[in-house]
Each structure stands twice: as C-alpha cells, then as structure tokens.
Design a protein around this ligand. Structure first.
Ligand code: OFO
Length: 169
C-alpha cells in the first residue's frame, strides 16, 4: 500500500488528467463547430491520451491496494478568440501539468517512495513531448496568421494524427 500522502497526491493528479481530457474535448468541439475537422481530430486524440494518463495512475493505485477517490471536475472553457489562442491555452495548461508532475516527484522523493518515483519518470518524458507538440503548432500558426490557405493546409496535417491507446500495465 502507498503512503497516504502519495495516494492523495495521485488521486489529485487523476483529477488533473481528467480535467485535461475535458478541456481538450471542449477544444475539439470548438474546432468542429468551426468546420476545422483536422484541428478537432488533433484535440480529440489529445483528450483520449489524457484519459489514458488518468487510467495509468488509477491502475497504479489499485495495483498497490490503495484507494481511488475520484474528485470533482471543473467546467472547462468553451470559447477562444482564435486557433492560436486555443493552442496557447493548451500550452499554458500543459505547463501547469508539468508543475503538478514535478510536485508529485517531490512528494515521492520526500516519502522515499521509489516505485512512484519510477512511475513518474514516464510522465516527465510525456510532458516534454506534450509541451513541444503545442509549441510547434503555435509557431506554425503564428507564421500562418489569418491566411486561410495556411489554415486549410495545417488542418489537413492535423487530421493525420492517430490515437494509439497506451498499454497500461
Ligand atoms: Fe497533457 O499530459 Fe496528461 O495531463
């Protein structure tokens, strides 16, 4: 069984990951409404990955005989000014998640919990990738500005993103 402090912190992180899924689902709907199916697809894949992140923690708690306590999930935003605004909000959110993961690492270290520390290495790598993905699209969007041809081409590119379910141990 995990120490109570670690268990509580992981339950809090499950809430964060599920909120991430909720936020990205809302962003996906925003793009669907605008007729940008590729952007919508990108965020749909993103929200599915976030559910996997939550389930990886969920299964980890159960594997240790610890208690899963699902917490309340806030309402995400529904409106953004532009495509770049959506990705900037996404990047800001990922930076917040990186901070949460780093705090979890601090807790695992303080509690001398090696197993949790090991688990968190996967999330640390994942955060580097997530922030980089958002940043790359922001850079493209700032080059494109409001050029509709550019938006159309990026939409096509983002439609190619495929969801690969995470193999959760
Ligand atoms: Fe976006 O990485 Fe999980 O939250």
């Amino acid at each position: 069984m995990l120490k109570k402090k670690v268990e509580d912190a992981i339950n809090k992180q499950i809430q964060e990951e599920l909120y991430s899924a909720y936020l990205y689902l809302s962003m996906s709907a925003y793009f669907s409404n605008k007729g940008l199916a590729g952007f919508a697809n990108w965020f749909d894949v993103q929200q599915k990955e976030e559910r996997d992140h939550a389930m990886k923690f969920y299964n980890y708690l159960l594997a240790h005989g610890s208690k899963v306590k699902l917490l309340k999930i806030d309402e995400p935003g529904h409106e953004w000014k532009s495509a770049i605004d959506v990705f900037k909000a996404g990047l800001k959110h990922e930076q917040h998640i990186t901070e949460c993961i780093n705090n979890l690492v601090d807790i695992a270290e303080k509690e001398k919990d090696r197993a949790t520390f090991n688990l968190l290495q996967w999330y640390i790598d994942e955060q580097v990738e997530e922030e980089e993905n958002a940043r790359t699209i922001i850079e493209k969007l700032s080059l494109i500005k409001t050029d509709s041809n550019g938006i159309f081409m990026l939409d096509k590119e983002l439609s190619a993103r495929v969801y690969v379910p995470l193999v959760i141990a």
